[in-house]
Design a protein around this ligand. Structure first.
Ligand code: SF4
Length: 274
């Protein structure tokens, strides 16, 4: 079975929201987030015309939506723009299954991806009942390129021209100013080594737990600020800041739980093997 590119080892703002941040307004934004503007689903009659044509089995859509490339930026522009709540950011360093290499690897650079739904990675635009794409005529580049019979074209474009958050947010958008700070205080590459130290026990484990708690608190603070100070709802947070600490920790074999006294508690997955 063939699927689209990377999905995490375990997982937008509409065009109005993209433009809503007042340029140069640092962290204090005045935004209006509209209701989700995911486009009405248009199901096309795509009867296969040959052996090589798509048979609409839906395997690619069920196994994960596409990673987005620069050419896909057009999908988020104009009157029929897709809502950015449909996009999840996978940050550099996150472990993700590399479909071309067939293994879980840390991402070398940021990647945007159409999000899944109902707790799975089934593409949010997939209409399971009709077994069809809800955006067929405008589907993303990877979806156009993928052929189950020959995946070489997908492999060739897989890592090329990937879309980033900065490509989708207008220059000067206030959130851009805090992305670097978020990267510094919620550093994805630190999580796996800290998880390993935590599992090893001893004093180093206590230090690791303390640092992981700080990371979790910082991530929560950024998201809270986005909501309370900028009015950007939680449905957009995975686009702006990538997946939250709970998902990032889970990918490193840690369970992050709220704790009334400590704020949060971090426990290693007993079945995890380094
Ligand atoms: S955008 Fe359409 S073709 Fe691409 S994975 Fe989603 S449902 Fe499938």
């Amino acid at each position: 079975m063939v699927a689209h590119s990377c999905f995490p080892a375990r997982s937008g703002v509409s065009s109005l929201a993209r433009n809503a941040g007042k340029p140069n307004s640092a962290c204090v934004l005045v935004l209006t987030i509209p209701n989700s503007t995911c486009q009405a689903i248009t199901i096309l009659n795509t009867t296969p015309s040959s052996e090589s044509a798509c048979r609409r089995c839906g395997a690619c859509c069920l196994k994960g939506g596409p990673a987005l490339h620069r050419a896909d930026a057009l999908l988020f522009d104009g009157p029929n723009a897709l809502d950015l709540s449909l996009v999840v950011t996978l940050r550099a360093g996150e472990p993700a299954f590399d479909q071309v290499r067939g293994q879980v690897l840390p991402l070398e650079s940021e990647l945007l991806k159409l999000r899944g739904r109902d707790g799975s990675w089934t593409c949010a635009l997939y209409d399971a009942e009709a077994r069809a794409c809800g955006l067929y005529q405008r589907r993303p580049e990877e979806c156009r390129t993928l052929s189950c019979q020959d995946t070489s074209a997908l492999a060739a474009m897989y890592e090329q021209d990937r879309l980033t958050r900065r490509d989708l947010l207008p220059k000067g958008h206030a959130v851009l100013a805090v992305l670097a700070e978020h990267e510094a205080l919620v550093p994805v590459p630190r999580i796996a080594p800290l998880a390993k130290l935590l599992r090893a026990g001893g004093q180093e484990a206590l230090d690791a737990e303390s640092e992981l708690s700080q990371i979790a608190r910082a991530d929560r603070a950024f998201r809270k600020s986005l909501e309370e100070r900028a009015g950007i709802g939680s449905e957009y947070h995975d686009f702006f800041f990538g997946r939250g600490a709970t998902a990032l920790f889970s990918a490193a074999g840690l369970a992050l739980r709220a704790d009334a006294r400590l704020g949060c508690r971090i426990q290693p997955d007993p079945l995890w093997r380094d």
